[in-house]
Design a protein around this ligand. Structure first.
Ligand code: ZN
Length: 655
């Protein structure tokens, strides 16, 4: 735990709200304090409005992340209205949200945090709230409240667990004024988190760090540490088992999910603990994690049993819910397995990454609390209330409808340039996770996004393909779509002068490597929750070959035939295989300005005329080919397999 305040950095932020932004980001920068949208902060500012002077609470807006928050991320709410609300006996959730929104001074502001009333009640200018690992480790133990009181004395007011929102604000209003002393700098919420406050942004932040440091030191003194090395070396990654697990999770959820595997030594140390069955069956470290991780992880791989247990728990607990609720999907979000490690499930790579991050912190909290005599989470009813709390579910709904390839992975060969690079973009845009392979190592850095994995790989080396598929399955859990694009286009040469080495080199890349890849991917495609799909990039040369291109034309014709046979053999497993025949795609690496000019001259045309030398008189770009590939992988072609579609602007030799 480090105090990150930096005077020079702080000078870059202006005014009370500016410094509120600065220290909120400092909190957000430390994952042991807040994770992915967790925590909230506020500042009370006196402002002149149309009606005169008024006190405004600037509180974190829902949907903003402390790490990246901007001034616009703070919702300005009239303080007097919030204090009024705090005095009510009862306030339903929809009423609260309506009141919070109508008390804003700016119509386009985000919805204030559900803790806005609590922030308003605390009589300090700056209020910071986190779910600090060290503090929840202390609170989530059998005698947590005593530990917290012994450690902090009257530095903090201790609030027993109450559901966040209006009820929590009411509970704090009842306890805080009577229990605070002049020494009080914060508040600990049992099984939830910690508040600090001060008259300046720096004071509130310093106090948060101080409270967390005290908790850290206490854990250290009590020997509450994390095991970082497993008893034995992790077993090799069973790629197909991982894909089978992903299939089962997706089936339980009813939609495709990605699985992100964590096989670090630290994670293996946790998942191979002999007491895993006990310590991992308690629940989340802080309630709002439940919307990402669900209450419990799946131990082992019996997804169907997990779903049955989830359904049973839902039926038992929904009977006493505040309002009628509909069951969410019963698929696990975290799987702990002694052979696979940890798997985090998400509809996107980003979402799976968030789940993994949250559970990595949960493992630390559980393990350290276990050292203190036992980890204790909230009872299932309390977690259920938060999981099925409409205000929490609204956070997820804000993401909008999912893109067409949500939860699916595509593998593209020759992904560093040309048509392959354009396919990667088209697939990422449609929400797929994409694995790009290329001999060019720059493929690794083409996209900086959790949904992209670029791997330098020579596809003619079967061992390299195996390694790439392992990496793909470890990162995303499987391969649903395959774009066979990599190929070489040798210099024009008549058959009489064509050497065997050249012929074999072209066939090895354009044909043999694709056979290897199809064979290795077949079991993964067969396990794809939405059905496997393959697009092979053929060539106009297949239906209409040209002189001087024997090796290229023969390799692409053979690839086409290979794809057609795959369509026949794999159809019963729901795998679709189609072929695109592009022609004259000039925005690729092969076509330099110089080559273009010489080809145009050979036809007695200008370069512009040469590029439009087709029936539609229209240029064909790599984007046209990539968009066709993406659509052929999508629902538009759901009932099409074994087809060959030209993307060539129309060619009289083909038509
Ligand atoms: Zn909280």
């Amino acid at each position: 735990m480090r105090n990150l305040w930096d005077d020079r950095e702080a000078r870059g932020f202006e005014g009370d709200l500016g410094l509120r932004v600065y220290t909120s980001r400092l909190l957000g920068r430390d994952a042991s304090l807040v994770l992915h949208g967790g925590g909230n902060t506020s500042v009370k500012i006196r402002e002149t409005t149309l009606y005169g002077e008024d006190d405004i609470l600037y509180v974190k807006g829902s949907g903003w992340d402390l790490a990246t928050i901007e001034p616009a991320g703070f919702a300005p709410v009239r303080l007097s209205r919030l204090l009024h609300l705090a005095g009510l006996e009862r306030l339903s959730d929809p009423e609260m949200v309506n009141e919070l929104r109508t008390a804003l001074t700016r119509a386009d502001a985000p919805t204030p945090s559900i803790e806005a009333i609590l922030h308003a009640l605390l009589p300090f200018r700056y209020v910071d709230h986190t779910h600090a690992d060290a503090v929840v480790t202390l609170t989530n133990t059998a005698d947590g409240e005593r530990r917290v009181r012994d450690l902090y004395g009257d530095l903090v007011v201790v609030i027993p667990y109450v559901m966040p929102g209006f009820d929590l604000a009411r509970a704090c209003a009842e306890r805080f004024p009577g229990e605070r002393t002049p020494r009080t700098i914060g508040m600990v919420l049992m099984n939830h988190g910690v508040f600090s406050f001060g008259e300046t942004a720096k004071e509130a932040y310093d106090r948060m760090i101080r409270l967390v440091e005290m908790a850290d030191a206490e854990l250290e003194t009590r020997g509450a540490r994390v095991t970082t090395a497993p008893a034995e070396a992790p077993p090799p990654f069973p790629r197909l088992e991982a894909a089978r697990l992903r299939r089962a999770v997706s089936e339980a959820a009813g939609v495709p999910f990605l699985l992100h595997f964590d096989r670090s030594p630290r994670t293996f140390a946790f998942v191979t603990r002999p007491d895993l069955d006990v310590i991992a069956r308690e629940g989340p470290a802080t309630p709002d994690h439940v919307i990402r991780t669900k209450r419990l992880p799946l131990l082992g791989r019996d997804v169907a049993a997990y779903a049955r247990a989830y359904r049973a728990e839902f039926e038992a607990l929904s009977a006493s819910a505040r309002a009628p609720v509909t069951m969410l999907d019963p698929a696990p979000r975290v799987v702990l397995d002694p052979e696979l490690g940890m798997a985090a499930a998400g509809r996107s790579a980003r979402e799976a990454g968030i789940v993994a991050d949250i559970y990595r912190h949960t493992m630390d909290v559980i393990e350290r609390a276990t050292c203190l005599g036992g980890y204790r989470a909230l009872p299932p009813e309390a977690i259920f209330a938060v999981e099925y709390w409409d205000l929490e579910q609204a956070k997820l709904r804000r993401a909008g409808p999912p893109p067409v390839f949500a939860g699916e992975t595509a593998l593209v060969t020759g992904a560093a340039s040309g048509i392959g690079a354009a396919c990667v973009e088209a697939l990422l845009r449609r929400g797929a996770a994409v694995v790009g392979l290329d001999v060019d190592p720059s493929v690794a850095d083409r996209h900086d996004a959790p949904a992209y994995l670029g791997l330098a790989c020579d596809i003619t080396d079967p061992a390299a393909l195996e390694a790439a598929l392992d990496a793909a399955c470890e990162r995303f859990g499987g391969v649903d779509m395959l774009v066979l694009n990599a190929g070489v286009f040798p210099r024009s040469r008549p058959i009489a002068e064509l050497e065997g080495t050249e012929w074999r080199r072209v066939l090895r890349v354009n044909l043999d490597a694709n056979l290897d890849l199809l064979r290795l991917c077949h079991p993964l495609l067969a396990l794809a929750p939405g059905g496997g799909r393959v697009v092979a990039i053929g060539s106009k040369n297949v239906p209409a070959p040209g002189p001087g291109a024997a090796a290229y034309s023969a390799s692409k014709a053979a690839l086409t035939q290979l794809a057609r046979v795959a369509a026949l053999e794999w159809g019963a497993e729901g795998i679709r295989v189609n072929v695109i025949h592009p022609d004259a795609v000039f925005d690729t690496g092969i076509w330099t300005e110089e080559v273009l000019r010489s080809r145009a001259e050979a036809y007695g045309l200008s370069v512009a005329e040469y590029k439009r030398k087709n029936i539609l008189r229209a240029e064909v770009s790599r984007t046209h080919v990539a968009e066709m590939a993406a659509e052929m992988l999508g629902p538009l072609f759901a009932r099409t397999t074994g087809a060959q579609v030209p993307v060539d602007g129309g060619n009289d030799r083909v038509i």
